[in-house]
Design a protein around this ligand. Structure first.
Ligand SMILES: O=CC(=O)O
Length: 362
């Protein structure tokens, strides 16, 4: 068996355990962790969001002293005030995690985990400079995000939003046969910008829709057996744009990916193409996307992420019939959020124990 396949199977097994309540498998690890070596004092942990799942908080509370921020939305002053003297953060929202927050805690801060896959709101160089390990929660949200991606893709391809508007405005045309025609997923070429775990989970779902093939653009080629499994081929960005019927953005926001989907990129896409973004809003130049949709340079878009978030209700995107928007709901299922919290808690506990985190960010 290939190493990558082995690690995927192991990952899946761990995720199944967590999802099915076998969290006790980790109990030994936690008990050992939360005593400060040679002292009676307990580690102190700040949970920075009041809605971090109770399961995660209970894990931390077994042997650590846990403070939970109470304000909703979490108030930065409360976070900074409660941070003083803690040994770890379970960073439960997308509030900026930077030098200010680290300074507010103090030099004893030993471990941090976010409860997210993306870490674009974290000042990673600053954490590295201070030798603070960072965990995050990728993988466990792949299924939920992939579901949203497929939903957006179908909704944008088959004009769900526009269809609803037609009903609301009494414009349902029963007399024409070529009204509200959409794009077929069957036999289509699907392009991915980023082809990591989430993208591959989307690809797995799409294979049930009888697509033709996948083109993907990434820095590094994925393993050959994954390419075979999904009939996927690595191509350069321009080829992916030009040949894909659907383009799915599944990449994180970094210096390299910021604004890559701009007017030039949209100009290279098919006029019938559908764009889906479940990565980060900043990967897309949003004014350029607005123009491309308004002028039918591309067919439609389905977005889970946008800029800014929350998107103001008077944003021009909301005036377009050919865009389907959902408010960053990718990982928003009870099971996924519980698993994310549980993994974040394990990251924190392992970081405090000086052990490698369950899912380290670097
Ligand atoms: O967008 C969601 C995440 O990064 O977890």
């Amino acid at each position: 068996m290939f190493a990558s396949q082995q690690s995927r199977l192991l990952g899946a097994k761990i995720m199944r355990c967590i999802s099915h309540g076998a969290r006790t498998a980790f109990a030994k690890e936690q008990r050992a962790i939360c005593k400060m070596s040679g002292e009676d004092e307990k580690f102190r942990i700040l949970v920075t969001h009041p809605q971090v799942p109770q399961e995660a908080i209970e894990l931390l509370q077994r042997d650590c002293e846990v403070t939970v921020v109470q304000s909703l939305p979490p108030n930065r002053s409360e976070i900074l005030e409660k941070a003083k003297g803690v040994h770890a953060f379970l960073w439960g929202g997308h509030e900026k995690l930077n030098a200010e927050a680290l300074d507010a805690a103090g030099p004893q801060l030993k471990a941090i985990s976010t409860m997210s896959a993306g870490i674009d709101y974290v000042d990673v160089p600053e954490l590295k400079r201070r030798n603070i390990p960072l965990g995050h929660t990728p993988t466990v949200l792949n299924d939920a995000v992939a579901d949203i991606a497929v939903g957006l893709l179908l909704a944008a391809a088959r004009r769900f939003h526009e269809g609803r508007q037609k009903i609301e405005t009494n414009n349902w045309e029963t007399y024409t046969l070529n009204w509200m025609l959409g794009q077929d997923l069957r036999d289509s070429v699907v392009g991915f910008y980023g082809f990591g775990g989430i993208a591959q989970t989307i690809a797995k779902r799409l294979s049930g829709f009888d697509i033709d093939s996948i083109l993907y653009t990434t820095r590094r080629r994925v393993a050959e057996e994954i390419e075979k499994e999904y009939n996927a081929k690595k191509v350069d960005f321009d080829t992916m744009l030009a040949q894909s019927d659907f383009v799915i953005i599944a990449a994180p926001l970094t210096k390299e990916t910021a604004g890559v989907f701009n007017a030039t990129a949209f100009g290279k896409m098919k006029k019938t193409a559908v764009l889906v973004n479940i990565g980060r809003g900043g990967v897309v130049n949003q004014p350029d996307l607005y123009e491309a949709l308004k002028t039918n340079q591309i067919f439609s878009a389905g977005l889970d992420v946008m800029t800014p978030e929350p998107l103001p209700p008077n944003d021009p995107l909301l005036t377009l019939p050919n865009v389907v928007l959902v408010p960053h709901l990718g990982s928003a299922t009870r099971r996924t959020r519980t698993d994310m919290g549980t993994i974040a808690a394990h990251n924190v506990l392992r970081g405090l124990a000086g052990e490698p985190m369950f899912s380290p960010a670097y």
